[in-house]
Design a protein around this ligand. Structure first.
Ligand code: ADP
Ligand code: MG
Length: 614
């Protein structure tokens, strides 16, 4: 305990002051990695290796091939407020580097055993320094490549409180993996390598290829189902990738946003995404999204506090609309139709002759890594996450809470992306229908299978929703009325559901104590469809609360159109073209209301690959 009041005022010893200051900059292994990686980026590195052991608690190494530090300045770099990035107060206005406070190295060195080996391009040889709790323990010249390596051992060895505060190796490690993964997406021109406990987790190529980096860092399953997004207007551009509605997650942890190069949290972008997928995903499901938004710096305010990464837009509605529209058009492109790929077909290893060719077609996720190493990564990732994550290596499920600021990030790659054209139904030629379920069709470059039930469900759903929203209902009189028998409970509740069904275009009147008579049905429905729909609607209704709420009705319709469309397995040619022309009228033709795909495609190229023609 420190007694109050009884001491003389004096300046703190350097190592104590540094230790106190360190608490603000370094609070866990992640913060060390973050500072060191950002320094490497500021040093213009084109390759960065991050190596950790025990989640970074015992060992962190960051090696770069950047500008290096000259031998006579190396020690200075570890002084507090020592920075090469700003010289005068006015420089603060236009900071283009990630760091500028000159506190990181001093703070890190105060709470660990630090070693630095560095050499500038001009110097013939480099220097090696060992610093232990702020004191230089060793210093001598050494031969080394251009650039800087910093090794941090035994983090918090001299601050027991912090030491105790660290979580398990797995938790600390996964936070670092998250961060380096984000850096890999933001800086596609840098070769990034991540090694944990002696195993390489991933290695990016630095070829400015965002898509390749997503495949490398996340999983192939995720990557193969991504749809490119690209939209530009004056002062705003959005690029990146989103998942098709068939791939969704129970939370938003697979949504990563970069605004002007910085990783940010943004409720506004989330809202735009949610609206774009509103009628494609159930409540509580979220798509994967890697989105890079560029906006005029004067139209937003990025709070660059290391732990907040919030962004405030001047015109929030504009951003919501922009994101929604960009995603909507992406979801209507040919790219958004799920594709059958050779990789899936040859997934299982076979014995004998086929094996080689199968392996040839199966490119490792991280190119340049042998297959064995891939397996290691997968098993490693799953052990790392096993404590907190039940779904290893699908995509990182732990919160993304780092700021990966990147003034000059990889937009150049995404800029290459053209705005994809919407899918053109006119190009489709129907070939046949098989198994009473799938319509086969083709266009210039692709072969398609269309699930007629899913398509029908989508059409049905949109027609009903349209009818519900319309003032003038389009009905048809039926010759023989449909008779509905309901329970007393349902009868009690008639005011809510009768209204809802009238709104959908049914004309219903009481016809006995527990019986109703339906004399008119929606224009677009067949008699048997109506009958099935009404039964399902009433069955499902009892589970719902307030039928006056739009989302409740929406969900109810979604549920009830399912069985209604089971009928009519074998469609005539006219029925097929009718179905497709109805589908093209839909706002979301490529998935049923429950998120299953209506279309699957195979490109001619993939087919040829499967037959080993290319
Ligand atoms: P800041 O990044 O805020 O300037 P740091 O404490 O992180 O402060 O680094 C202090 C200085 O050390 C930097 O300004 C830079 O000149 C130098 N430095 C740190 N890391 C590297 C590196 N990897 N390559 C070259 N110089 C570096
Ligand atoms: Mg720094």
């Amino acid at each position: 305990m420190i007694a109050k009041g009884k001491f003389m005022i004096k300046i703190l010893e350097k190592n104590i002051a540094d230790k106190i200051a360190a608490g603000e900059v370094v609070d866990r292994p992640l913060s060390v990695v973050k500072e060191l990686v950002e320094n490497a980026i500021d040093a213009d590195a084109s390759a960065i290796t991050v190596e950790i052991k025990h989640g970074g608690k015992t060992y962190i190494r960051v090696t770069d091939d950047g500008v290096g530090i000259s031998a006579d300045e190396a020690e200075l770099a570890f002084e507090r407020h020592a920075t090469s990035k700003i010289k005068q107060a006015s420089d603060l206005e236009g900071i283009e580097t990630l760091g500028f406070r000159g506190e990181a190295l001093a703070s890190i060195a105060a709470v660990s055993r630090t070693e630095i080996i560095t050499k500038t391009r001009k110097q013939k040889s480099g220097i090696r320094l060992a610093i232990e709790g702020s004191q230089t323990a060793e210093k001598h010249g050494t031969g080394c490549p251009d650039g800087t390596t910093i090794i941090i051992r035994d983090l918090f060895f001299n601050t027991p409180a912090r030491l105790k505060f660290m979580k398990t190796d797995a938790t600390e490690g996964s936070k670092i993996i998250e961060f380096v993964s984000q850096i890999a997406l933001a800086y596609t021109q840098i070769k990034l390598r991540l090694i944990s406990n002696g195993t390489m987790l991933f290695s990016t190529q630095g070829k400015d290829d965002l898509y390749q980096n997503i495949l490398t860092v996340y999983s192939k399953e995720v990557g193969m189902n991504l749809i490119p997004v690209a939209k530009n207007t004056e002062g705003l551009s959005l690029k990146g990738y989103i998942s098709s509605p068939g791939i969704s997650k129970p939370n938003r942890k697979s949504q990563i946003f970069f605004v002007n190069g910085r990783v940010v949290n943004s409720k506004i972008i989330e809202k735009g995404i949610k609206e774009a997928y509103s009628d494609k995903l159930f409540d509580g499901r979220h798509p994967i999204a890697f989105l890079f938004l560029q906006a005029e710096p004067k139209t937003l305010d990025v709070n660059i506090h290391p732990n907040k990464r919030e962004v405030r837009f001047d015109d929030e509605a504009l951003i919501v609309n922009f994101v929604r529209e960009a995603l909507r058009s992406a979801l209507l492109t040919k790219e958004s139709i799920p594709e059958v790929k050779t990789e899936n077909v040859f997934k299982q290893k076979t014995n004998g002759v086929c094996q080689n060719s199968a392996e040839k077609t199966e490119k490792p996720v991280s190119e340049g890594l042998p297959q064995g190493e891939q397996e290691n990564i997968k098993s490693l990732l799953s052990t790392i996450r096993k404590n907190e994550d039940t779904k290893p290596h699908v995509i990182h499920e732990t919160p993304l809470e780092y700021q990966a600021a990147a003034p000059a990030m990889a937009v150049s790659e995404t800029e290459k992306m053209k705005t994809p054209a919407p899918f053109d139904f006119d190009e489709l030629t129907i070939i046949d229908a098989i198994f009473g379920t799938y319509i086969l069709a083709r266009d210039e470059t692709c072969f398609y299978m269309i699930d007629q039930h899913a398509a029908h469900e989508r059409i049905f759903f949109e027609q009903l929703m349209g009818q519900y929203k319309r003032e003038e209902k389009q009905r048809q009189i039926i010759m023989v009325p449909i008779v509905l028998n309901v329970s007393y409970a349902v009868k009690e509740d008639q005011y809510s559901w009768l209204d809802a069904l009238q709104n959908l275009g049914f004309l219903i009147e009481p016809f006995g104590p527990k019986t109703y008579r339906v004399t008119e049905i929606p224009m677009f429905m067949a008699l048997d469809e109506s009958e099935q729909f009404l039964k399902d609607f009433i069955d499902n209704m009892s589970e719902q609360s307030n039928l006056e709420l739009f989302p409740v009705i929406e969900k109810l319709i979604m549920k009830s159109c399912k069985s209604a469309v089971k009928a009519h397995d074998y469609l005539s040619e006219e029925e097929i073209s009718r179905l497709l022309s109805d589908l093209r009228q839909c706002e979301n033709p490529f998935s049923c209301p429950h998120g299953r795909p209506t279309f699957i495609k195979m490109t001619q190229y993939e087919i040829e690959k499967m037959f080993k023609r290319v």
